[in-house]
Design a protein around this ligand. Structure first.
Ligand code: S3P
Length: 178
């Protein structure tokens, strides 16, 4: 069975765009590996006692990004866990540095067109709440962040079946086991 020590990493983190399935896959992977699971957005909500939507509305994006940086860096310092990172955290240089140092990173790659479908009616993504130009907004964010996501240790596409994705991740991790 795979062990994080073999990679000299503290934990596994799941990165990717909003709607790419990070929380579901992250949770399933943590169950398979029998280690803890964290979702950075959930931790932010617990800490602030507010929904992500409410934080953006009442306190603004800058405030959210500051808390996000603190929470992500704290969680990325933990041993033996799977962490699903909020999609925008990758734009933060300090977070990227800690990912490189501590984490085996897995990018869930989803085609822009599929993300558009998945996020079409999402009310939980404050960045996309502006009604008119959702498509352009999504496209811009996608293009800005792609290069950072693609720097992951392992890239797996999550356009179809989540079970297949999980199998690919398991088999990749197990290839590192002695
Ligand atoms: C964001 C993604 C969201 C959440 C916030 C901002 C982003 O997380 O952190 O709405 O900038 O892409 P998910 O990737 O879990 O949707």
């Amino acid at each position: 069975m795979f062990n994080l020590n073999e990679l000299k990493k503290k934990n596994i983190c799941i990165i990717g765009f909003m709607g790419s399935g990070k929380s579901i896959i992250g949770k399933d992977l943590s169950k398979y590996l029998n280690i803890k699971f964290y979702d950075t957005d959930k931790e932010i909500e617990l800490k602030t006692k507010k929904s992500i939507n409410k934080i953006f509305k009442e306190d603004g994006e800058k405030y959210f990004r500051d808390i996000e940086e603190k929470i992500c860096i704290k969680l990325l310092g933990q041993d033996n866990c799977v962490i699903s990172l909020g999609g925008g955290s990758i734009i933060n240089k300090n977070i990227r540095k800690v990912i490189k140092k501590n984490s085996y990173s897995i990018y869930l790659q989803v085609k822009l067109i599929n993300l558009m479908h998945r996020l079409k009616s999402s009310k939980k993504r404050p960045l996309l709440n502006k009604k008119d130009n959702k498509k352009e907004l999504l496209e811009d964010l996608y293009n800005d962040r792609k290069k950072f996501y693609e720097d992951a240790d392992f890239i797996v596409s999550n356009n179809n079946d989540k079970l297949q994705v999980l199998e690919k991740i398991k088999s990749k991790l197990n290839s590192y086991a002695n």
